[in-house]
Design a protein around this ligand. Structure first.
Ligand code: TYD
Ligand code: MG
Length: 433
């Protein structure tokens, strides 16, 4: 078979290849543009995945408004918003809540309640919008194909048709894809391989913070994350995202310890909370949110065997503040300290941050990006850090911060619970008298 004309070019040495000139259209939402790698690339297809109710439609309507306004790149542009999920009236209702009915967004965002992809493609071809939003891929179908909306065949074929129109007309297409907690939906999984970028919007629907990550990006890094807060007027960008996941309460109770994690390239401070209570009959409860339960069980075992904190018969609850869900091993240490703190009913100093992985022997292991995490913690006002001792040299120097490098969990607990704040000391004295 002959190679198509556009593929028949002569091979070029790497150094002679011309750099692809990537035009990007900023959406005007900085946190979204950051995750996209600077903006939407014309002709590309982006999948925005997330659980129902997490805020996908909200984010896209806001992005549509930003795109319509055009940012710095000249005059307003049209956006076509195809909804198979909601009626046009429901979209209008949301737009009203977001304050987008008036002005440029009101004029430039065109909504159509349409679920047949052929007709959506025709409309896009006719209108040539800068961006086509399809909300959601599970609700659209191709007429001449068997199978219900959301079936693998339909999702795949719809995506292919949308990709085709994107490439042909140079339109950026954003498709919404629902995923369930256990990821059972076939759609987005098949889609991931087809599209140019996959963004996932995460969070607890009963908490207000949202994390936007790129799990795939042909035109940018997957190291960037965006942080938003869902408020009355939609998704808002936070002035200081790295402190968003630190608990808000001024009360610093036993069982709360700050950790510093890295999400992609962005350091985030996060409050780890634990509650330990005497267990009843039967096997004790181990409940966690945002933290792997197996990891929690392991730390409980290590605490008991290697650090003298026996929780074997206690009920244990652990979570991350703000509805964040993380698997960073660097959160082992703050979690273990939070458990010990709750068990001893003694608060850890509010300006203390702990970073480190805990091994089976109770030893502390270093984690990537320690210096970056510490710098962010120092910037946010933390004055003491407990970190793993490494064989190579001492801990990084941080201006304004005392960095304690310790070898194991027992030592870490010694520092964290001995250095408890004055309020705690005063309380202990009062209790004693
Ligand atoms: P939505 O964008 O409809 O989620 P998805 O498209 O991912 O299913 O938003 C879901 C929730 O967000 C909804 O329960 C109401 C809430 N919300 C706000 O709190 N403020 C707002 O301004 C809007 C538009 C929605
Ligand atoms: Mg929606």
């Amino acid at each position: 078979m002959a190679i198509g004309p556009e593929r028949a070019g002569r091979p070029q040495s790497l150094s002679n290849l011309r750099e692809a000139a990537l035009v990007r259209t900023p959406t005007g939402i900085d946190e979204l543009d950051r995750v996209l790698g600077g903006g939407l690339v014309p002709g590309s297809v982006v999948l925005l995945a997330g659980e129902p109710g997490i805020g996908k439609s909200t984010l896209l309507l806001q992005a549509a408004a930003g795109l319509a306004a055009g940012g710095a790149v000249g005059a307003g542009r049209d956006v076509l918003y195809a909804t198979g999920e909601e009626s046009a009236g429901q979209v209008r209702l949301r737009a009203g809540r977001l304050g987008l009915l008036e002005g440029v967004p009101g004029d430039r965002i065109h909504v159509v309640a349409e679920s047949e992809v052929g007709r959506i493609v025709d409309l896009a071809q006719e209108m040539r919008p800068v961006v086509l939003v399809v909300d959601s891929i599970q609700t659209v179908t191709v007429d001449d194909l068997e199978g219900p909306a959301g079936s693998v065949g339909q999702v795949r074929e719809c995506a292919l048709r949308l990709m085709e129109v994107a490439k042909r007309e140079g339109i950026s297409v954003i498709v919404v894809g629902h995923v369930t907690k256990d990821g059972t939906l076939a759609g987005p999984k098949t889609l991931e391989h087809l599209v140019d970028a996959v963004l996932s919007l995460e969070g607890e629907s009963n908490a207000s913070l949202r994390l936007l990550r790129a799990t795939k990006n042909r035109f940018g890094s997957t190291e960037e994350v965006g942080v938003f807060e869902m408020v009355e007027s939609g998704l808002e960008e936070l002035a200081d995202p790295s402190r968003a996941f630190l608990g808000e309460s001024n009360e610093h109770a036993p069982g709360s310890v700050a950790g510093a994690t890295l999400e992609g390239a962005r350091p985030l401070l996060v409050e780890v909370q634990a509650l330990v209570a005497p267990g009843g009959y039967g096997s004790p409860r181990r409940t966690s949110a945002g933290i792997d339960t197996n990891r929690l069980s392991l730390l409980i075992a290590v605490l008991g065997r290697r650090a003298g904190v026996g929780l074997g018969s206690h009920d244990v609850y652990a979570n991350l503040a703000g509805g964040l869900s993380l698997t960073d091993p660097g959160l082992d240490l703050p979690l273990a300290l939070a458990l010990a703190s709750s068990m001893r009913d003694k608060a850890v100093a509010k300006d203390l941050v702990a970073i480190g992985e805990v091994g089976l022997l109770g030893e502390l292991r270093s984690v990537p990006g320690l210096e970056r995490r510490l710098r962010e913690a120092a910037r946010l006002g933390f004055r003491t850090a407990i970190v793993p001792k490494t064989r190579r040299g001492g801990p990084p120097e941080m201006p304004g911060m005392k960095v304690l490098a310790v070898a194991n969990l027992r030592e870490a607990i010694g520092h964290a619970l001995a250095d408890a704040g004055p309020a705690d000391g005063a309380k202990a004295a009062a209790d004693g008298g």
